[in-house]
Structures are given as structure tokens and as C-alpha cells.
Design a protein around this ligand. Structure first.
Ligand code: CTP
Length: 397
């Protein structure tokens, strides 16, 4: 699948740059054309000569190298490949990417490209965990940048923890997934995920125990099959899915607006645990305890986002999938929920506390559709997601 593909490989300046040499070798073994770009700092770790020898082609180094511009302009260079890979991606380059800087060849190519970008971060543990780097990572993932790693382990600087660049073969695998002509290639799929927060006043809210883990896993499984995923999430504790376009919301009403804005889509999956009610007339200022005794909350119904999309007269997604989180009579409740809301499939699960499903790593689901139901064995949320993504690909054939 990789043979004949073309990768623009940007090597930035960290000790992990030496692994980029092996990465080039592994890609060449698989008949991938590699066009290497070195940052100034990278040249302190690997020589242009060794990179060029392994890639079997010239190395691009300078934005103002006129020979390069005459042969191939930087805009063209950024678009000639099938995929742009940054390995290693230093904290500095990630910061440049997140803020859209273009002050050297690497950052200019990254800003100018119209291709997908995969980064393999590598840096000291503290640098990786620094809020600035994590903020940049969230920004980059929100921009649809794919990431692989970093791994945990001993680091060249003597510390231990996350920050080691993924191994070359792991990066090859991520490249292969990013380039994959998956069965959902080019399909636009919307996924809602996470809990919603319904404000009581500016500091308090009503929430639920959803972690968003199942939604993240579904989005990643769809991306892996080549889908273009719009991921609309409430304040989830699970990490954001890699490779999806991310829209963050708080309340159910914000989620509905974001879903409306993200449509049309071929498939819509509603994995979010949306609050059924919001506090009517939430206070604009903090409710004080000593004012008039105990406060009384009045509730008003939230829009049912799943039912609204399922019942769209025009532009309804071909396949609408809902979730049913139940604690009693799971199948009967979920079956009637499917009919009431008008969706095509319902993924039913038992969220009774003893199952450990809500907020846990595993799920035990039954897929209910027009032709009956399928009881899936208990498995990880990742496995449920992969199976669901495969079923969706089959249904769209
Ligand atoms: N859902 C939605 N908008 C809402 C409520 C729920 O889109 N306002 C979606 C959820 O994302 C899920 C499905 O509807 O896919 C079912 O959610 P669930 O909470 O199980 O059902 P409810 O409609 O809230 O019914 P009940 O609380 O009575 O079980």
C-alpha cells in the first residue's frame, strides 16, 4: 500500500533526529519516495550528506536557496508529496506550527501545504508536559494534524517519561494509516462525544459521568479507515481523537448549534451523553448562599439533537447512529428509543454502576438496527469502535 507514495520528511533539531535516518531507510525499503527537509538545528545532529545518501535525493535546507526555488518553489515542494511527516517534531517547531509562523523552510512548507501532516514529537519530559506544549498539541490536533507518540521511556537527557520519539517502524505504521486508501476515504462523518455541562450560574454546572472515551475511540477508528471526521465534544476527560476536526462545546444547546453547523455529513454518530435538561434562567452572577435560603432550580428541556437530525426532511445523513445508555431493560428501552428518535442504528449499553462501563475502558454493547439486534461480547472501547467503524464502512458500500 505504501509503495509508490511520496513523503515530504521534515527533520527538526533534536537528539531523536538520528532515528530519522533509520526512518528514511525503512521507507525506502517499502519503495516510498522521500524528499527530506532539514532545519538548521537538525544539521547539528545529522548531516545533509547522510540524509541525502539514504533518501537517494537532494536535501532541502534553506528557504532562500535560489537554486531550489528555480527547480521547485517552496509552495510546490509543500504540495508535491502525498503526506508531510515531521520526525522528530521539537517543541519549538510545534509552537511555530500552532501559531502559524513561517520563518524558515520547514515552517513555511507546513503552513503552505495542502496535504495531511503527521508529526512525531520528541523532547524532554518537562518540555512535553509543559502547559504551553500541551496547548500547542491541542491546537494542532484541532487543526487536523496527525500525531504519533511520543513514547514513555529513558531519555537522552537522563530523565524518564513521555517524550521519546516513536520508533521508526511505529512511524511507518502511522504513515501507512495516514495514507491508507481506507474504505471510508473521503466520507464525511460527524461524531458527538463527551458529557455536557449545563450552567447553574457562572461557577456551577450540572454534568454527568461520561468521559468521552467511547466517542474518541470511534472518531479515531473512523479516521483510521480514511474518514473525514467532525468531532463535536462536550468537556470530556478522554484525550481528543487524532486526525479529526475538533469542535469543543459546553452545553447541549451549544452542541446542537455545532452539529447544525457541521452538517451535511454522510454519517452522524451521537455518542455524547447529552443532558436532557438545562437550568431555566441560569443566573448571570454567582448565586450567594445567604440570600433567600435554599435556591430552587427550574429545569427546561434541551433540544434532542439525535432526534432532530434523524427526522430531518432534507439533507439527512444516510446513516444516523444513536447510543442508548440504560440501567434497566436495556434492549427493550433501546429498541423503543430507536423508533421514537427515528435513527437507523442504536448502540445500546448498560451503564449500571456495577458494569464499570461509564468512565471505564471497556464496553458491552448490543447493536440494534431495522433487522433486529446483535449482541457483541464485552471488549475494549477501542475494539467496539473498530467494529462499529467496519460496520459503517460495510453499510456505505
Ligand atoms: N441525545 C441527543 N440529544 C439529547 C439527548 C440525547 O442527541 N438532548 C442522544 C445521545 O447522544 C444518544 C441518544 O440520544 O445517542 C440517547 O441518549 P440517552 O441519554 O440514552 O437517551 P434520552 O433521550 O436522554 O432518554 P432517557 O434519558 O429517557 O433514557
Amino acid at each position: 500500500m505504501l509503495a509508490g507514495k511520496h513523503v515530504l520528511l521534515i527533520v527538526s533539531g533534536g537528539i531523536a533526529a538520528f532515528k530519522a535516518l533509520d526512518l528514511i531507510r525503512r521507507l525506502r525499503e517499502r519503495s516510498v519516495q522521500v524528499t527530506p527537509v532539514l532545519t538548521r538545528a537538525a544539521e547539528e545532529f545529522v548531516t545533509p550528506l547522510s540524509v541525502s545518501a539514504l533518501a537517494g535525493t537532494k536535501v532541502y535546507r534553506d528557504l532562500f536557496d535560489l537554486t531550489d526555488e528555480a527547480e521547485m518553489g517552496h509552495i510546490e515542494l509543500s504540495r508535491a508529496a502525498d503526506l508531510v511527516v515531521v520526525a522528530p517534531a521539537t517543541a519549538d517547531l510545534m509552537a511555530k506550527m500552532a501559531s502559524g509562523l513561517a520563518n524558515d523552510l520547514a515552517s513555511t512548507l507546513l503552513l503552505a501545504t495542502d496535504k495531511r501532516v503527521l508529526i512525531a514529537p520528541a523532547m524532554n519530559v518537562r518540555m512535553w508536559e509543559h502547559p504551553a506544549t500541551q496547548r500547542n498539541l491541542t491546537t494542532l490536533q484541532g487543526d487536523g494534524i496527525l500525531t504519533v507518540g511520543p513514547n514513555d521511556g529513558d531519555m537522552a537527557c537522563g530523565e524518564f517519561g513521555p517524550g521519546r520519539m516513536s520508533e521508526p517502524l511505529e512511524i511507518v505504521e502511522a504513515i501507512s494509516a495516514a495514507l491508507g486508501d481506507g474504505p471510508l476515504k473521503g466520507r464525511r462523518i460527524l461524531v458527538t462525544s463527551g458529557p455536557t455541562h449545563e450552567p447553574i450560574d457562572p461557577v456551577r454546572y450540572i454534568a454527568n459521568r461520561s468521559s468521552g472515551a467511547q466517542g474518541t475511540a470511534i472518531a479515531e477508528a473512523l479516521v483510521a479507515l480514511g474518514a473525514e471526521v467532525q468531532f463535536i465534544t462536550g468537556p470530556a476527560s478522554a484525550p481528543m481523537p487524532r486526525g479529526a476536526q475538533i469542535v469543543k462545546v459546553n452545553s447541549a444547546r451549544e452542541m446542537k448549534d455545532a452539529v447544525d453547523a457541521a452538517l451535511p455529513a454522510e454519517v452522524a454518530i451521537f455518542a455524547a451523553a447529552v443532558a436532557d435538561w438545562h437550568v431555566a434562567g441560569a443566573s448571570d452572577s454567582k448565586i450567594k448562599k445567604d440570600k433567600d435560603g435554599l435556591p430552587t432550580l427550574q429545569f427546561a428541556e434541551n433540544p434532542d439533537i439525535l432526534a432532530g437530525v434523524s427526522q430531518m426532511k432534507k439533507g439527512r445523513p444516510k446513516l444516523v447512529v444513536g447510543f442508548a445508555a440504560e440501567t434497566d431493560d436495556v434492549i427493550a428501552n433501546a429498541t423503543s428509543k430507536r423508533q421514537r428518535k427515528g435513527c437507523d442504528w442504536i448502540v445500546a449499553n448498560d451503564v449500571s454502576p456495577e458494569t464499570g462501563i461509564m468512565g471505564g475502558a471497556e464496553n458491552d454493547v448490543t447493536l440494534i438496527h431495522g433487522d433486529g439486534s446483535e449482541d457483541w461480547p464485552r471488549m475494549s472501547k477501542t475494539a467496539v469502535a473498530q467494529r462499529l467503524a467496519a460496520r459503517i464502512a460495510e453499510a456505505l458500500k
